[in-house]
Write a protein of this length. Structure first.
Length: 92
């Protein structure tokens, strides 16, 4: 795992003076071992490569990630373009 990742602390029990346990992490189990096991389970499966690329593009471009209905709703709410490309006049 990466140096800045909290995975080693949350999943493997390494100690850190910089991080404190998040409230949601605490709800994963009654014991530290149970929480670590359930946290590891969250990362057991890899995302599809195409989805990872979509997430990167959306994040880097400050765009919405979701289906067309969701994108349209966010576009109307924010009154701005939320997908890559040139805006369509009816988009806002």
């Amino acid at each position: 795992m990466l140096e800045w990742s909290s995975y080693r602390i949350n999943a493997q029990g390494e100690r850190s003076k910089l991080l404190k346990s998040h409230v949601i992490y605490q709800t994963l189990g009654l014991t530290e071992a149970e929480r670590q096991e359930r946290y590891r389970e969250l990362f057991r499966y890899e995302l599809e490569l195409g989805l990872v690329d979509e997430i990167h593009r959306a994040t880097n471009g400050n765009f919405v990630l979701g289906n067309d209905r969701f994108k349209e709703a966010i576009c109307k709410t924010l009154a701005r373009r939320v997908t890559p490309g040139r805006p369509i006049k009816s988009e806002y």
